[in-house]
Design a protein around this ligand. Sequence first.
Ligand SMILES: NC(=O)c1ccc[n+]([C@@H]2O[C@H](COP(=O)([O-])OP(=O)(O)OC[C@H]3O[C@@H](n4cnc5c(N)ncnc54)[C@H](O)[C@@H]3O)[C@@H](O)[C@H]2O)c1
Length: 360
Amino acid sequence: MSDKRFTMGVLGLGEGRSILSAALNSPYWTVGNICDLNEDLCRERMEEFHLSRYTTQYEEMLADPSIDVIGIYTPDQLHAQHIKMALEAGKDVLCTKPLMVNLDDANALLECQKRTGRIVFVGQSSRYFEPAQRQRADYEEGRLGNLIAVEAHYITDARWFLERDWSHRPGFSWMYNFMIHAVDLAAWYLPDVSEVYGVGAVNDNTRACGLSVPDTLRFLFKEESTGRFATVGGAYASPALGSGIEQSISCTLRGDKGASRAGYPKLKYEHHFDHNGHHVETFDDRHSYYFRFEGETHHAGEYQNYIEQMARDMLAGRTPKPDLKEAIHTLAIMEAMEQSMETGKPVRVEDVLRDRNICL
Ligand SMILES: NC(=O)c1ccc[n+]([C@@H]2O[C@H](COP(=O)([O-])OP(=O)(O)OC[C@H]3O[C@@H](n4cnc5c(N)ncnc54)[C@H](O)[C@@H]3O)[C@@H](O)[C@H]2O)c1
């Protein structure tokens, strides 16, 4: 008998390819059905992963009682609607980042989740690459002493992303699609961020595509309850220095007994703890686990790590994190960041939540 405990239906088969590989290689998961509006892509994925069926109708997948969890990998602007449909159909939800592209649907989703009692887990993949997991474990074991500050960035030349039609539709922004990785890492360590301040610029490469969303951004987050702070950066529409010099994703923690840095896509973890010296760990033997297709712009390994965490949490009766409330808090931080760029002033996260009538 199979020990696979959970059956996933996957919606959106572009990056959804990575979650298919993740689920099919996981001892906890199997795939019940796949769905995309693009029938050619459905057939391609069905053949690639030796699946027996597909559908182009989301409703058909939702009506299938054998499916426990819907994995949502559709364009950012559609997540809120697709999550709501899944919850109403009695399914638990795994949704890729960003949960939503603003807070407009936050209260409706909170109400829907409360009423249906289902799980909403957000696939913040950057928490789940090997160096980030090691860094978190050392932090939780107290090896850094008291945390003082966090430096997180996501910097990548992502002009290729503007080939996607939905990157030109309202709701797309570099912040919500890309920078959320760095924001989430900072908020993971500073869960009580109270105030943000920052600047953003739009360069000609973004403008040439008819967009006016900031592509180069720097922020300061303050956590008043602890006195800790974070710097958070991003740059998406200009040449990057390359991962040999500057990792795309980097998270540095500074504590009074140690410092650590986790980087991606070069899987590298550096740390220096008092009395233990400087160490650099690389995970070259894990490269093929994390990157299963061409190049390094997909995230199959991180996805397998997060769905296995999700499965373990569900089996233990724990809520997999980040959950809906945590993800909405992160989006409130991002709305505060947008307001700070507009006003040139620090913005309090609680003011954003109050103005939106959101109670977490
Ligand atoms: N590291 C990460 O976590 C990570 C990495 C890449 C992409 N993503 C996220 O994954 C999502 C998808 O990105 P992508 O790069 O695969 O985009 P994509 O455009 O390649 O794929 C989206 C797919 O959704 C399908 N689709 C659109 N509307 C649909 C509908 N109503 N019903 C069924 N299918 C529908 C499209 O046909 C398309 O195949 C985005 O939210 C993106 O932010 C996350």
